[in-house]
Design a protein around this ligand. Structure first.
Ligand SMILES: NC(=O)c1ccc[n+]([C@@H]2O[C@H](COP(=O)([O-])OP(=O)(O)OC[C@H]3O[C@@H](n4cnc5c(N)ncnc54)[C@H](OP(=O)(O)O)[C@@H]3O)[C@@H](O)[C@H]2O)c1
Length: 283
């Protein structure tokens, strides 16, 4: 493939409830035909970000552990006139990450942008009332770390040399406002997200002089399939949001595109809440 566009890789570009590339459930737990959802929201946060980068003129690499999960998103981006491809990548495997970035480089070139979006429910699915220290086996802790902390470390190692050499690069991680205010009974997420935030801030300082920025975006509560897995009621959650509603996946596309643009060249090491004012602290 001859690619002349800048490359943006969206890690975990699909959403959790995928079946042959279709979303099968809505945030309020109902089975759906995903054609009911606006196309920008159909594949969760990662899908919204991928579509936005395609509209901004990037070749978007959609990563997933199972290629068929991203097939419908890939089709939607092409229908919108965008360019994209699918690469399989499992954040729990160092070999998979190395192999995936070798394939990206070979097929479309070194990425200018990497967005770390993957969630990590699978392999650590406990009901919230059981996500307490005494119920959590070590394997679940390791899964959360692999996906939300160790995986991003390995991805950064894979992409940073080329970004620094080029003198331009952008890394954005989707984390959580739980980094500011830990969510009760989400000890795995709270721990891994806080750790990766320290990593990203430190990395931002290491690479800033080479024209590479590293930032994170902190979702509050958004109508994605992940909420179903957590057993949450979106109406109840909206009561705690200053904006009076929970967000949707499309809240992230424009924010990520801004952070990855030349306008944001002096914004690095930032952890930006996108939560409708749910978090009430000053910092
Ligand atoms: N929705 C919210 O309100 C909210 C709140 C706070 C934080 N967040 C965070 O925001 C991000 C986006 O939310 P979301 O609900 O759209 O995401 P999500 O559905 O939880 O995760 C996105 C994708 O990550 C991929 N993934 C899971 N394990 C992986 C692994 N081992 N290696 C590589 N990819 C893996 C899965 O794709 P495949 O199965 O196709 O591989 C999954 O569909 C997530 O990180 C989430 O934790 C969301």
């Amino acid at each position: 493939m001859i690619n002349t566009k800048p490359v943006a890789v969206v890690i975990g570009a699909t959403s959790k409830w995928q079946s042959d590339g279709r979303n099968t459930r809505l945030a309020h737990g109902r089975d759906v035909d995903d054609a009911e959802l606006p196309v920008t929201a159909r594949w969760g946060v990662g899908g919204a970000i991928a579509q936005k980068f395609a509209r901004e003129g990037f070749h978007v690499v959609l990563t997933t552990r199972t290629a068929k999960n991203a097939a419908a998103l890939d089709g939607a981006i092409r229908e919108q006139g965008g360019a994209c491809s699918i690469v399989e990548l499992d954040l729990a495997s160092a070999d998979s990450i190395a192999g995936a970035f070798a394939r990206v480089r070979e097929s479309v070139g070194d990425p200018q942008v990497v967005v770390l979006n993957a969630g990590y429910l699978e392999g650590r699915d406990l009901p919230p009332e059981q996500e307490l220290l005494e119920h959590i086996p070590l394997e679940m802790f390791e899964t959360a770390q692999n996906i939300a902390s160790r995986g991003p470390f390995l991805v950064a190692k894979a992409v940073m040399p080329a970004m620094r050499e080029r003198g331009w690069g952008r890394v954005v991680a989707i984390t959580s406002v739980a980094v500011r205010q830990p969510i009760p009974n989400l000890i795995l997420s709270n721990t891994a997200r806080a750790g990766v935030t320290g990593f990203l801030k430190t990395l931002a300082l290491e690479v800033a002089a080479d024209g590479v920025t590293v930032n994170s975006v902190q979702p509050g509560t958004h109508a994605t399939d992940r909420l179903v897995g957590l057993g949450a009621d979106p109406d109840e959650l909206a009561a705690g949001v200053a904006a009076g509603t929970i967000g949707d996946p499309d809240d992230f596309g424009a924010v990520c595109a801004f952070l990855c643009s030349t306008h944001a060249r002096f914004v690095t090491g930032v952890a930006l809440p996108v939560d409708g004012g749910a978090y009430r602290g000053l910092q």
